[in-house]
Design a protein around this ligand. Structure first.
Ligand SMILES: [Zn+2]
Length: 424
């Protein structure tokens, strides 16, 4: 029985392997257990221009016994050096549909390492790919994106000053002279900032949070908060909104955006704000939740508290494409138009199709279809042309998005409501 272990924490320090630069994995090579082996392979992948993921691995019995597992947190988190064997595989073949003409076609490239006599030894590898490699774009790949310390510290200062993450990120883009010079994206910045918020402010601690919320209520009676704890007193979820946010909702609460993508899941407490747009076109926060589970029950609880706090439902809601959120919207906001955030959708496009050799063309065509096609027929035609031209009509991201287009494509949503979301 294999225990799948999640990817070791990234970014990888790309210059610390101790192996001669430029060396390729080969059978018989030995490394210090776990981490060195993975680092060496990732460095190789970076140089060559592709990404690896841990296809499978076996935890050492001592760690299994301690309850270490995939998705574990802190001491329970599985790390590469807790394993007795690891199979790394090229992401180019990561379960993507086998479609002729596309490069995401089950690439067989792999490296297999096993713990033997205190060393990690490469027992097997196949370095052939069935797709193009792109060393010039490695820095854009998920595995290698990172935020340097200076940038991160400034982002935290901005965040503490109340500057939104979007603005924070845009400032970085401007400073670096454009997106081409970025080695992290908006979402990376969100994750990093959220992790810092959680670590430094101890929001995971129910008592600390409870005290904080109570104090806010004492300072202002209109501060609303609600906590949900389990039988053992452990915090499950929290929702709060201050007096100003509640007042703003009265004026600008027609359409709300609810988003849970502010945190990495392994910290188990995504930060989920309710956001709106004011008369200046700026984002404003109506309220926020901290949650431990991203399931329908949780979102129903959060939405119910939101309605109770605000006194009325919104006229439209915009969310990321999470099924559990979708079901909760149906329960708490029946009949309220529900749209998907276009910004997230376009982000997902690069995540799902970014490894395609024709990605630049596909990206351009998707954006044209989304932003320039005013009529439903035009949009349908443009989207279908992309699917046909790049063999994406079979099961996969393009097809799935097409099926839900009435919930996100401007050509379909025009005239109902459009949340004024960033459409870049
Ligand atoms: Zn490959």
């Amino acid at each position: 029985m294999e225990n799948i272990v999640e990817h070791p924490s990234l970014p990888i320090d790309l210059n610390q392997s101790g192996e001669p630069e430029g060396e390729r994995p080969r059978v018989g090579m030995c490394f210090a257990p776990g981490i060195d082996f993975c680092r060496f392979c990732h460095e190789y992948a970076y140089r060559e221009g592709f990404e690896l993921f841990i296809k499978s691995s076996e935890l050492l019995p001592e760690f299994k016994a301690k309850g270490v597992r995939r998705g574990g947190v802190g001491e329970k988190e599985a790390k590469a050096d807790m394993t007795s064997r690891i199979r790394l595989k090229c992401k180019g073949g990561g379960g993507a549909a086998k479609t002729e003409g596309c490069n995401v076609t089950g690439c067989k490239m792999f490296v297999y390492g096993v713990l033997k006599g205190g060393k990690f030894e490469i027992l097997g590898c196949d370095l052939k790919h069935n797709h193009d490699l792109n060393p010039g774009c490695s820095y854009l790949m998920v595995n290698y994106r990172s935020i340097d310390q200076g940038t991160f510290e400034r982002a935290i200062i901005n965040d503490n000053a109340g500057i939104s993450i979007n603005t924070n990120f845009s400032a970085q883009v401007l400073e670096r002279g454009g997106f081409d010079n970025m080695n992290f994206n908006n979402r990376d910045l969100r994750n990093a900032i959220n992790l810092d918020r959680r670590m430094s402010r101890c929001l995971g601690d129910a008592k600390a949070l409870q005290d904080y919320l109570k104090k806010q209520h004492e300072l202002n009676n209109d501060f609303y908060s609600c906590l949900r704890v389990d039988d053992g007193g452990t915090l499950l979820h929290a929702f709060w909104s201050d007096a100003r946010s509640r007042e703003s909702y009265k004026y600008f609460g027609d359409v709300i955006t609810f988003d849970t993508t502010f945190s990495v899941n392994r910290f188990r407490m995504p930060f989920a704000p309710f956001i709106g747009i004011n008369h200046h076109g700026s984002s404003i926060i109506f309220g926020a939740a901290l949650i431990t589970h991203e399931d329908t029950d949780t979102f129903v609880w959060v939405f119910e508290k939101f309605v109770k706090c605000m006194g009325k439902k919104p006229k439209g809601i915009c969310t990321n494409q999470c099924r559990a959120i979708g079901r909760a919207v149906e329960v708490v906001f029946p009949g309220v138009p529900h749209r998907f955030c276009l910004w997230h959708l376009l982000q997902n496009a690069s995540k799902n199709l970014g490894t395609n050799a024709n990605w630049k063309d596909i990206d351009r065509l998707i954006r044209t279809a989304v932003h320039d096609m005013m009529h439903q027929e035009e949009f349908d035609e443009a989207w279908c042309i992309i699917m046909d031209k790049y063999c994406l009509r079979e099961a996969g991201w393009m097809k799935e998005q097409y099926e839900t287009r009435t919930q996100w494509a401007p050509a379909y949503c025009r005239g109902t409501f459009w949340a004024g979301m960033s459409s870049t």
